[in-house]
Design a protein around this ligand. Structure first.
Ligand SMILES: NC(=O)c1ccc[n+]([C@@H]2O[C@H](COP(=O)([O-])OP(=O)(O)OC[C@H]3O[C@@H](n4cnc5c(N)ncnc54)[C@H](OP(=O)(O)O)[C@@H]3O)[C@@H](O)[C@H]2O)c1
Length: 349
């Protein structure tokens, strides 16, 4: 197959994004190529040049970054039987991961190479724009909740029985939090979550049983009260300042006393020793690690396709389309830096 590819390049560390021709890379074993129709942006895609040395020091340039893509499968590699050309899918593009580090696998281009077990078919009724909302933040929530080195919770599945344990999601209206709430509910846990009051109804619509204002001076006490005697199975700490209250709550409730943090690794490492003294184990999430263990296929192959089709899982939060074309991605990143609330910024391609 000879397709004309175009990518949004980062020619070197700190360089501005630049649209230009790119090679079409055919899929290797257990890979597929997807023609991107919508791409979403995440904070990591817009970090300033100097931070690349800290966050992704291995990344080689010229690079194509980006994690979230939805589109049509155009070609499948050897060993791929669950996907066919023409399938409408979403996928987590892992080109920025240390073990991949390959421009062909970045989301910011027309033809993206994806690992087949990080791809999920989407229902015909779901737009590509709405589907692109999910991948990285779904992966991040799933990594924190289900990997054994983090919370090690029970996996989600169809018709889960209600469990007696609670999961706390601090930062429930973030994209990561929106997924964490839904994953926990689909595994049968009761969910307590925080957000700003304007997002309380949104969190309830995702399945949170209790919602608390994250800015309330009494948030820790309120949450401890609402968890009550129910064992706390684990906490996902999302957003700056989330670790201090998350550790305080874990130390004051019954249960596993584990907190998985989506904060930068340096912040998580700083808080770790103090948390340990309070009997709480804090671990730092890297949202791409599930591609190398049982959690990736459990989510993208076994759980998500059926859950999206049945409506048990929503693509949330709501997509806001910033524009059309790869050249609009930098605008989306600028808007993301200004802040969003219960929204995901997406570009149509
Ligand atoms: N470790 C990883 O692999 C990984 C991967 C992806 C993302 N992340 C991190 O996870 C966090 C969330 O990312 P995202 O893309 O899901 O965010 P997002 O959707 O852009 O988050 C927007 C939401 O953040 C909430 N918020 C703002 N400040 C907060 C705070 N201090 N505490 C709790 N919530 C706060 C706001 O809630 P209200 O409007 O309700 O107040 C708003 O709804 C970011 O820090 C991101 O860098 C980490």
């Amino acid at each position: 197959m000879t397709e004309q590819n175009t990518a949004l390049w980062l020619r070197k560390r700190g360089a501005p994004f630049e649209v230009g021709p790119a090679p079409y890379t055919p899929p290797a074993a257990n890979e597929v190529v997807v023609r991107a129709r919508a791409i979403a942006v995440n904070p990591i895609d817009g970090i300033p040049g100097f931070l690349y040395r800290v966050v992704v020091p291995w990344l080689t340039f010229p690079a194509v970054v980006g994690s979230d893509v939805a589109g049509e499968v155009v070609e499948v590699g050897p060993g791929v039987t669950r996907l066919r050309p023409g399938d409408r899918v979403l996928g987590h593009a892992v080109g920025m991961e240390k073990s991949r580090n390959r421009a062909a696998e970045g989301a910011f281009q027309h033809y993206v190479v994806l690992m087949q077990h990080m791809v999920s078919p989407i229902p015909g009724s779901m737009s590509f724009e709405q589907a692109a909302v999910l991948p990285l933040t779904l992966s991040t929530a799933a990594t924190g909740m289900f990997q054994q080195d983090h919370l090690g919770l029970a996996m989600p599945g169809p018709d889960p029985a209600d469990r007696p344990e609670t999961v706390l999601v601090w930062g429930g209206s973030t994209s990561v939090g929106s997924n964490a709430i839904q994953l926990a509910r689909n595994a049968g846990y009761r969910v307590v979550a925080t957000a700003s009051p304007r997002n309380f109804d949104y969190l309830r619509s995702l399945g949170a049983a209790e919602v608390v204002d994250r800015r309330s001076r009494d948030a820790v006490r309120e949450i401890v009260d609402r968890i009550g005697d129910s064992p706390l199975a684990g906490t996902l700490a999302i957003g700056s300042g989330s670790l201090v209250p998350a550790v305080a709550i874990a130390s004051r409730t019954n249960g596993g006393k584990r907190v998985a943090s989506a904060q930068p690794e340096s912040v998580t490492r700083l808080r770790g020793p103090r948390a340990r003294r309070r009997g709480v184990r804090v671990s730092g999430i890297w949202g791409g690690t599930l591609k190398d263990n049982e959690v990736g296929p459990a989510i993208y192959v076994d759980f998500l396709p059926a859950a999206l089709a049945s409506g048990a899982y929503r693509s949330a939060p709501e997509a806001t389309v910033v524009g059309t074309g790869l050249a609009r991605i930098p605008d989306a990143l600028r808007r993301l830096r200004d802040g969003v609330s219960a929204r995901k910024l997406v570009v149509t391609v």
